[in-house]
Design a protein around this ligand. Structure first.
Ligand code: G16
Length: 548
């Protein structure tokens, strides 16, 4: 494409998507995320970038998802999806940030510069898939992405309202037809189809029952599960809540992030003691489970619990097929409860690594293993299986003895049921239900596998959250000066104490995490660390107070 053709890049920007703010925006934990009215020019420019990326990848499809996931309705965001369905390569985040922040008059030259820098052959075809969540600001932003793709003569394809993991799946399928069909129908056929096949030959047994309540966070995940529900022939008895009707607001006092962060039940769910409930987030990429016991206490089964359940079940199946050379490893972040890490190493005897927050980091680490199970405590995660593993399971399915073939066929369905591209609440829900059913256990028994250390998450507003920086997979503060030594002093005074702080990459806050031996101690530690952040990092509003 000759440089003169880039004029249209500026024309679209000036006429339709002018940059109306000087506020600097950065590609964060999962793309750009801020108030929706500050995003149109950013999303338009990501349309441009997606085309450049597609050409660098020889015309393979790139995805653009319009969503702010767990954030409240006024926010929105954009996530870019790479050809294998994973998050945008980290080395391109800086380029994305640069393109998002230049002025309209610099955009044409910057685009030309980026094309040169990455060596994109602009004569190649380019394909961009666009999806969006249910926010009322999403359609306009999706149009901006489409116009961005068109401005550089790429071919956009819109999927309308889909979950984020569905879009990741479509992108992967488009680039690798052996993975599945790039459509919503193709997604249901592969993932839900595998669940149904498996359920048909796995009788409900023991303490497991097939009734599941679901909190849909008033987002797209609940809507899609309602579609799936109609196709389930009693395999799972889904009771849906917070599916967007009755004036329920997206993620407001409901959904996976609310349940995990506040450890309180979502509004809008009619609770029955001991009933198993799954809580999804706004774009359907996270899931946590919980139940309310007979003392009205919420018992949370978060991403750590899901990871350990799935890892031990897959490991059991690998043993049953006699694939002793294949191993399962887990990947967590610093938010993982210390008790879960201890359980993995001491009871499950599996390798576990800790990486920085963000599924993009977990995903790449998990790919190093035969079977990598990665989950953030917030319920964002999945399982990935190496080519060697898939090959071995298929071979045993064909050549093993009767028992081995039976276990291998279960494993093949488990693999099909998994959305390996990214954390997926719907796929994870079917995996969890399969593992619980196979084990014949209820949520109380699942909960009894280990005891969590009391933990607390807090959010704190500061003048500029970027003053808080970390190293060692978020576990050490490198600035502001003096913060880490203060945290060390505070932690040393609390039995089983652990705490760290980091700037959120999706909200304008600093997150504080603490865990300790007792509820009282964890509340004290979290409040003390929050005070230290407030004092050293320029807290805004009221200084956090210590518990009475
Ligand atoms: C995104 C990321 C997750 C991350 C979460 C919170 O989730 O994909 O990996 O854990 O943000 O990140 P932070 O603590 O930086 O705000 P989602 O579901 O919001 O897209």
């Amino acid at each position: 494409m000759p440089p003169s053709s880039l004029r249209v890049v500026y024309a679209f920007a000036r006429e339709m998507y002018p940059k109306t703010t000087d506020v600097f925006i950065q590609y964060g934990t999962a793309g750009f995320r801020t108030k929706a009215n500050l995003l149109e020019h950013v999303v338009y420019r990501m349309g441009l970038l997606a085309v450049i990326r597609s050409r660098v990848k020889n015309g393979r499809t790139i995805g653009i998802m319009i969503t702010a996931s767990h954030n409240l309705e006024p926010d929105n965001g954009v996530k870019l999806v790479d050809p294998d369905g994973e998050m945008l390569d980290g080395s391109w985040e800086e380029i994305a940030t640069r393109m998002a922040n230049v002025s309209d008059t610099e955009l044409e030259a910057t685009t030309a510069d980026v094309i040169r820098q990455v060596g994109a052959d602009m004569a190649l075809k380019a394909s961009v898939y666009v999806g969006m969540d249910t926010r009322y600001t999403s359609p306009r932003l999706a149009s901006a992405a489409v116009h961005g793709a068109m401005a550089l003569k790429g071919t956009p394809k819109e999927f309308g309202i889909v979950t984020t993991p569905m879009l990741h799946f479509f992108v992967k399928c488009r680039n690798d037809e052996t993975y599945g069909t790039p459509s919503e129908e193709g997604y249901y056929q592969k993932i839900v189809g595998a669940f149904k096949r498996l359920r048909a030959r796995m009788p409900v047994a023991g303490e497991y029952n097939n009734t599941l309540y679901v909190d849909g966070a008033n987002g797209v995940g609940g809507k899609k599960l309602n579609i799936i529900k109609k196709t389930l022939d009693g395999e799972l008895d889904l009771h849906m809540f917070n599916t967007g009707g009755n004036g329920g607001k997206l993620n407001l006092n409901c959904g996976a992030d609310h349940v995990k962060s506040t450890q309180t039940a979502p509004v809008g769910v009619e609770h029955v003691p001991w009933q198993r409930v799954a809580s999804l987030d706004g774009d359907g990429d996270r899931i946590v489970y919980y139940y309310i016991d007979d003392k009205n206490k919420l018992n949370l089964l978060d991403g750590d619990r899901i990871a350990t359940l799935l890892a031990s079940y897959v490991n059991q199946l690998l043993k049953e097929i006699g694939a002793s050379d294949l191993s399962v490893a887990l990947v967590q972040t610093a938010y993982a409860n210390g008790a879960s890490t201890k359980y993995i190493t001491e009871q499950l005897k599996m390798p576990v690594t800790c990486v920085s927050t963000g599924v993009k980091h977990l995903h790449h680490e998990a790919l190093k293993y035969d079977v990598g199970v990665y989950f953030e405590a917030n319920g964002h995660g999945t399982v990935v299986y190496s080519g060697k593993t898939k090959e071995a399971v298929r071979k045993i399915f064909e050549e093993g003895d009767q028992e081995q073939r039976k276990a291998a066929s279960i494993l093949l369905d488990i693999i099909d049921m998994t959305n390996e591209t990214v954390g997926d609440a719907l796929s994870d829900l079917f995996l969890v239900e399969t593992a619980l059913c196979a084990r014949g256990i209820n949520t109380k028994q699942w909960m009894q596998l280990y005891d969590d250390l009391p933990c607390q998450l807090m959010k704190l507003s500061v003048k500029d959250r970027n003053v808080v920086t970390t190293a060692d997979a978020d576990q050490q503060s490198t600035s502001p000066e003096g913060l880490q030594s203060r945290i060390d002093e505070l932690v040393a005074n609390i039995p089983s104490g652990r705490s760290f702080v980091r700037a959120s990459g999706t909200e304008d806050v600093v997150r504080v995490y603490a865990e300790a031996d007792t509820q009282e101690n964890v509340q004290k530690l979290a409040a003390q660390v929050a005070q230290a952040v407030y004092d050293l990092a320029g807290g805004v509003g009221t200084r956090p107070t210590l518990p009475e």
